[in-house]
Design a protein around this ligand. Structure first.
Ligand SMILES: Nc1ncnc2c1ncn2[C@@H]1O[C@H](COP(=O)(O)OP(=O)(O)OP(=O)(O)O)[C@@H](O)[C@H]1O
Ligand SMILES: [Mg+2]
Length: 449
């Protein structure tokens, strides 16, 4: 169905910034096969998807799709054969148009333009039926603007739109990465359903090892613009998320990013932070069940840690939601092994999924620290997407600000002086932080980076 043959792509050729984003990548996909792509930060995953979608011309190599040589086809022509979902829930839909209008446009993808978004009664019925199948209760809201929906709801709809015409190829680029864990789960389930039902040939980039092994029938691991591993059949079927992590560890080891003696020392130093993280998360969870405790025990055993005392009253709730974030930051600063960080992530994600006993605030804190650890595990340098700044309104607010943010100097930003409170991964967490300063009477706002 899809034959990518020996494609290469470099950016900024001939300058000191030259990047060889793809170096001789070949992938041959059978009709109906579902490939998940993982790889280190900057390894060329998105560039590969963009090359297939025709966002730019490749430097060499050919691409064939559904018996067409599409190498020279412009993006809009390829769009007739390809459905795409991006990481950002805000791309791919028109926020002020209704669900029904957005879908109506998608049903005409790559075809006649200029007919606006008229929705015939027949199409309306079909839209309602298919939206109902998302099981998000949106079927009664198809005339509401898409902009009023949550990120998870929007990604579900974008997926529905991208797959509406049963494209020859579906491209998903980390389409759950910007969602909270619960919404991410929902969208992943939906992805499996739609791809399975319509037998769509699919390329999905993900940073989640778990998603990579749970979905699809083939896994490609990329590194530095090349395919490092291409796993199918029994090799792939017996693979666990930890096996994949080990392969990332191998890459790191090969690149000698750290010396063994140092690593051991780091693990020992991380113990204190890990205990604090587990303790705090346990305290946040009002009814720890046996499975959650077993999971924490297994983790502690594996890494030779002492379990926190989980008896009633032995652990106290966090005084301040920012505190846990700081502990996680300190833990990651030690540069712990990625396998350990990934296992910690499993424990945290499990705690969020198992029950709904957490307060919204606790959930948001978990969302933030989960995103921080995911960023670390997948070797992202700086994943923060939001910045919280205080904009002083009068000069006499400045002593208060300096007392709240010792050592922070004002910087010039968007035409005025602001104080940077911090950078965060979760928008909801950033809002939570901002509220703390707003409550002090300070004009505080969140900037999307
Ligand atoms: N349009 C572009 N212009 C210049 N450089 C680019 C462009 N797109 C990608 N790159 C560079 O090509 C390399 C591969 O980037 P790419 O976005 O494909 O990585 P990725 O594997 O998707 O990483 P991530 O996990 O961060 O999404 C990087 O060094 C990146 O900076
Ligand atoms: Mg990418």
């Amino acid at each position: 169905m899809l034959q990518i043959s020996n494609i290469s792509k470099a950016f900024h050729i001939g300058t000191s910034n030259e990047v060889r984003a793809l170096s001789g990548v070949s992938i041959d996909l059978e009709p109906g096969s579902f490939l998940t792509i993982i790889g280190t930060n900057g390894s060329g995953k998105s560039t590969l998807l963009n090359a297939v979608a025709g966002s730019f011309r490749v430097d060499s190599g050919t691409t064939r799709l559904a018996d067409h040589d599409i190498t020279q086809w412009p993006e809009h022509r390829r769009a007739r054969l390809i459905g795409r979902v991006f990481q950002n829930p805000f791309s791919g839909t028109a926020p002020s148009m209704s669900i029904a209008e957005n879908i109506a446009l998608a049903t005409r993808r790559g075809r006649v333009r200029g007919f606006g978004a008229n929705v015939s009664p027949r199409l309306r019925d079909e839209i309602r039926d298919r939206v109902r199948s998302l099981k998000m209760g949106l079927e009664d809201r198809i005339d509401n603007p898409i902009g009023t929906l949550s990120g998870g709801q929007r990604q579900a709809l974008t997926l529905l739109m991208a797959s509406w015409l049963k494209p020859d190829l579906l491209l998903l680029d980390e389409h759950t990465a910007a969602l909270d864990p619960k919404s991410a789960d929902q969208v992943i389930q939906l992805t499996a359903e739609i791809v399975g039902r319509d037998k769509l040939t699919t390329l999905m980039v993900t940073h989640s090892m778990q998603q990579a092994v749970d979905l699809g029938d083939r896994i490609v691991m990329m590194h530095k613009g090349r395919v490092l591993h291409d796993l199918t059949g029994a090799d792939r079927d017996n693979l666990t998320a930890n096996d994949l992590l080990r392969r990332f560890e191998d890459i790191r080891r090969r690149e000698q990013l750290e010396k063994p003696a140092e690593a051991l020392l780091r693990e020992a130093r991380g113990a204190e932070q890990l205990m604090a993280i587990l303790g705090a998360v346990a305290a946040a969870d009002a009814n720890l069940d046996a499975r959650e405790i077993a999971l924490m025990k297994a983790f502690a055993d594996h890494w030779g840690l002492e379990m926190p005392d989980l008896e009633e009253g032995a652990i106290s709730a966090l005084q301040d939601f920012a505190e846990l974030r700081q502990i996680v930051q300190r833990y990651l600063a030690i540069n712990p092994s990625r396998q350990q960080a990934n296992e910690l992530l499993d424990v945290l994600q499990h705690m969020v999924h198992v029950d709904d006993s957490m307060s919204t605030e606790e959930e948001i804190v978990l969302e933030e620290i989960t995103a921080m650890i995911v960023g670390y595990v997948t070797l992202r340098s700086d994943d923060a997407r939001y910045e919280v700044v205080i904009v002083p309104q009068t000069e006499d607010q400045e002593p208060l600000i300096t007392s709240l943010l010792p050592g922070v100097s004002p910087v010039q930003k968007r035409g005025g002086m602001v104080y940077l409170v911090g950078r965060f991964n979760s928008g909801r967490f950033a809002d939570l932080v901002a509220r703390k300063y707003i409550d002090q009477g300070l004009f505080t706002t969140r900037l999307d980076l």
